[in-house]
Design a protein around this ligand. Structure first.
Ligand code: MN
Length: 464
């Protein structure tokens, strides 16, 4: 069954008893975020009542790899290949009329006060204020006419004013083209979509690729889109809420601090400003939020990055099997790769390609293909028994890393790679893994009880 909207996704989970429904009025100040953290990695949290609002809220709509696989309608170990395939075969959107688009059921052009309209949460202790965190920001490139979709942290700075962190990527690129002419850039901020749209928006796609078309390919069905009421942007017709506005030229205002995905605060500084002049929403809209640093946030980063890294590493070495961005590495910094090494030194090339594959990658561990890279105890065993720093360690100093890694010097970072593959010229018995013959058959035997039969316990255990 294809997931067509946030509502169809929530309906599916509701039917399976897989929602955490908070049956009391919750505050947007920390409480909503608190419940999100409590159920992170387990269940989406539905808040039917939020203090001071008529609008309900939902958070953590997909916070396990199983959730994303379910939303894609595939097995968990097929997710990365499905994502790669969708990136290579994007499906154009399907335009629908405004009267067929639920997100146009209500149109508000005046007296916009975002904090009064929607339960926008204050998430972390030292956040500068309430933030919109789970919104797809859609802009159209002024030269190519192609749309771009991304997610940015959006500080509510005024009644209809947002402060945005725009990293130097596609949205920023489109904005700079307009700002250089002293003009604003139109933007649509889309709140309340299903996990497939969220995931597709995080694709490491080339400039000019509309990420909604990747979502269409993932669903094997074009995404129905409707033209916004006041800006020339196509938005998902089944979204809950759309904010229409402009990124203002030559204006920067204070934004931050904001608790970010590595579990530290991104600092306060002057950032781009968005003015919202029109809001559209469904009847009884559902407000969606995502807690930074939650498993949901981390997996939204991990899955698309793993897909892109797998592709580029396979270009370096055809023997590369699987990649895993670990949760402890905040799904960005620490990568584990399994491979079938055919030439000595090949694992080191894979390490170098990993650093080049994404600037966030800070540590790479390469293991042989039979290792389960999602079992970090096995990976640790490889580091313990197959790695010698003298010959297997790669260090690259002063490369670009993540600015959100507080140990970096404004993003300039050292990188390490550990080649834990067995040397090809090792003697067979050197790395022969111990094994008890027939162990698999033993596990099938059911002739096992929890206690000794009485006759035996009397014989052996009745006296000290
Ligand atoms: Mn893009």
């Amino acid at each position: 069954m294809a997931i067509n909207s946030l509502r169809s996704w929530l309906r599916l989970l509701n039917e399976e008893g897989e929602l955490a429904v908070i049956n009391k009025a919750v505050s947007t100040k920390f409480e909503l975020a608190g419940y999100t953290q409590l159920y992170d990695g387990e269940k989406p949290v539905f808040f039917p009542k939020v203090e001071g609002y008529d609008v309900c809220a939902v958070s953590g709509i997909a916070s396990t790899r199983d959730h994303f696989a379910k939303a894609l309608g595939c097995e968990k170990d097929e997710t990365i290949d499905r994502f790669l395939d969708a990136m290579e075969h994007p499906l154009p959107n399907k335009k629908v009329d405004s009267n067929e688009a639920p997100v146009h059921e209500n149109v508000i052009n005046e007296d916009i006060d975002l904090l009064k309209m929607f339960p926008i949460p204050l998430h972390q202790e030292k956040d500068s204020g309430p933030y919109i965190t789970a919104a797809l920001a859609i802009v159209r490139d002024p030269e190519t006419g192609k749309q771009n979709v991304s997610i940015h942290r959006l500080q509510v700075s005024g009644k209809h004013r947002l402060g945005a962190l725009l990293l130097p990527r596609h949205t920023f690129n489109a904005f700079k083209k307009m700002e250089e002419q002293g003009k604003p850039l139109e933007i649509a901020i889309v709140i309340g979509v299903d996990p497939v749209l969220m995931l597709a928006s995080q694709a490491i796609a080339p400039l000019g690729q509309d990420e909604l078309e990747i979502a269409g390919a993932l669903k094997k069905e074009p995404i129905p889109v409707v033209k916004c009421k006041t800006v020339d942007i196509d938005v998902p017709a089944y979204a809950e809420i759309v904010l229409e506005g402009h990124i203002l030229p030559n204006i920067r205002e204070s934004e931050g601090p904001f608790g970010e995905f590595p579990a530290y605060y991104g600092p306060e500084s002057d950032k781009e400003v968005i003015d919202i002049h029109c809001v559209t929403h469904r009847n009884n809209p559902i407000y969606q939020t995502c807690l930074a640093g939650s498993d949901e946030n981390l997996l939204l980063g991990a899955i698309p990055r793993e897909a892109s890294l797998l592709k580029s590493l396979r270009n370096t070495s055809a023997g590369v099997r699987k990649v895993h961005l670990t949760k402890g590495g905040k799904s960005r910094f620490h990568l584990v790769v399994s491979m079938k090494k055919r030439n000595e030194g090949e694992a080191k090339n894979v390490i170098l390609a990993s650093f080049a594959g994404h600037y966030d990658v800070k540590k790479v561990i390469v293991v042989d293909e039979e290792i389960d890279i999602f079992d970090l105890e096995q990976v640790d065993w490889c580091v313990a028994t197959r790695f010698q720093a003298k010959r297997d360690l790669v260090v690259v100093n002063d490369a670009l890393g993540s600015k959100l890694d507080p140990s970096s010097e404004d993003g300039v970072s050292s990188k390490i790679g550990l080649d834990c593959t067995i040397p090809l010229n090792a003697k067979p018995m050197d790395y022969e893994v111990t094994r008890i013959p027939g162990i698999k058959e033993y596990q099938k035997y059911d002739s096992v009880t929890d206690t000794l039969p009485e006759t035996l316990s009397e014989t052996y255990l009745s006296i000290d």
